[in-house]
Design a protein around this ligand. Structure first.
Ligand SMILES: *Cc1c(COP(=O)(O)O)cnc(C)c1O
Length: 419
């Protein structure tokens, strides 16, 4: 049972009616269930029970302070891809030691900031980056803990924009190059070899890409042992998918993922190597929804349109990835359905949430629930068309907190200047 359930004819998040939040905070609005974030984190963590492991939440999936605070309290570490995300994690009370810094384009200034903050590990993605980090560390009298990100060249069978572990992708280095980079790092003065990592893509719906990639990692770790390089951890990234309700098969549960990962990693666990993971979507995805109000309906020769007050700037996944999100009326779900395009007010044909969706016919003024929007929803929001970003609300039991207020027009122009 998800956190959004009908009671009578009304959709609730935990014990709070969504109509109440919409009336009090306005629409569009993101609503998150605290208990569902906790459930998802604990399920993922429990799936790896019995092997030494660390769950480093991928901050980019949802980086709102109030959400990060929940993960800090659960004891999560963090996978960051920018210094901005490090700033947020520390502001939320996160421990720098539990932070892993990923990404292909870290600047020298970012490396220095992260070193000064005392982060746990840098996931290095190229030979040039390795040299740059060695230099920055030496200049600052430090040793940077590093992991080399390898590109295992496995097909994650997901949307091309979120496939990252194929050799044509910009991420990581080849297995052969990694072996050389590990030797370079081991001989450097500014680096300390800690681990090896991969992240092969997002919204994976099978365990085989993970286990194929782990098999290649196991080979590499065994080769490195022959080179006299001993690793403390292997990091298998994030990427586990969630159910978007499309009805085209369920992704593996965290428990199934845990069983598969454990079996594939068995040769390394005996060596006392710790497992690090970087899940994002699977932790926060199902916990969140975008609530939007219907403004108008219209029909032309070809289509029926439902025009809502949320838009692609609030939730860009349908536009960017042709992603499917589940939708329900917030009140009175039992009524005849009709095929409709759910669209926003933005001046782009790409501004849609769904096309030809069979939905109970909604009247103007009614509320629509767009589910599974906790990950890569608010985090990807923009101000396109000078639309203030939507507020975000965290529900806990029968109460809720506005964890991010709706932006004001004044804030939108605060850094601008007339000439
Ligand atoms: C995006 C990303 C993740 C998280 O991916 P999910 O699919 O949200 O689990 C983890 N690690 C890295 C390096 C990433 O870029």
């Amino acid at each position: 049972m998800g956190p959004f359930q009908y009671r009578g004819n009304e959709l609730f998040c935990e014990d709070v009616a969504l109509t109440k939040i919409a009336d009090e905070v306005g629409t569009p609005v993101y609503v998150y269930s605290r208990s569902d974030i906790e459930r998802a984190y604990k399920a993922f963590d429990a799936a790896l029970d019995g092997i030494p492991h660390e769950v480093c939440y991928a901050v980019k999936a949802n980086s709102t302070l109030g959400v990060l605070g929940v993960l800090v309290q659960l004891g999560a570490g963090a996978d960051i891809v920018s210094i901005g995300e490090l700033y947020r994690w520390l502001r939320a009370g996160g421990d720098p030691d539990g932070v892993i810094f990923s990404g292909v384009g870290k600047t020298a200034a970012e490396m220095k900031t992260a070193l000064d903050a005392g982060i746990g590990c840098f996931n290095v993605e190229s030979g040039e980056e390795l040299l740059a980090l060695d230099k920055v560390a030496q200049e600052n009298g430090k040793r940077a803990k590093i992991s080399i990100r390898v590109n295992p060249d496995v097909d994650p069978q997901t949307h091309p924009y979120i496939s990252t572990g194929l050799k044509q992708n910009k991420f990581g280095v080849s297995m052969a190059e990694a072996r050389q980079l590990f030797r370079d790092a081991a001989n450097s003065k500014g680096l300390a070899v800690a681990g090896v990592d991969f992240h092969i893509g997002s919204q994976l719906t099978k365990t085989s890409p993970f286990t194929d990639a782990i098999a290649r990692l196991v080979d590499l770790v065994q080769q490195l042992a022959k080179d006299g390089i001993k690793l403390e951890h292997v990091d298998i990234g994030g990427g586990l998918g969630i159910d978007y309700g499309k009805g085209d098969g369920l992704p593996p549960s965290p428990a199934e993922y845990g069983v598969a990962v454990r079996a594939a990693l068995a040769p390394l666990i005996d060596l006392g190597i710790k497992l690090v993971t970087e899940p994002g979507r699977v932790i926060v995805g199902q916990a969140g929804a975008l609530i939007t109000r219907v403004l108008y309906r219209k029909r032309n020769e070809a289509k029926h349109f439902t025009i809502v007050d949320g838009a692609m700037n609030d939730l860009m996944r349908p536009t960017l990835y042709s992603a499917y999100h589940p939708m329900k009326p917030v009140t009175n779900p039992d009524r005849p359905a009709q095929a409709t395009d759910v669209v926003g007010p933005i001046c782009e044909t790409g501004d849609f949430f769904a096309r030809d969706r069979e939905l109970p016919a909604l009247d103007a003024g009614e509320l629509l629930w767009i589910g599974a929007a906790g990950a890569y929803g608010s985090a990807m929001a923009s101000n396109y068309n000078t639309r203030p970003r939507a507020p975000e609300v965290l529900v806990s039991g029968s109460s809720y907190t506005v964890i991010r207020a709706r932006e004001t027009y004044e804030q939108l122009v605060a850094n601008e200047k007339l000439v």
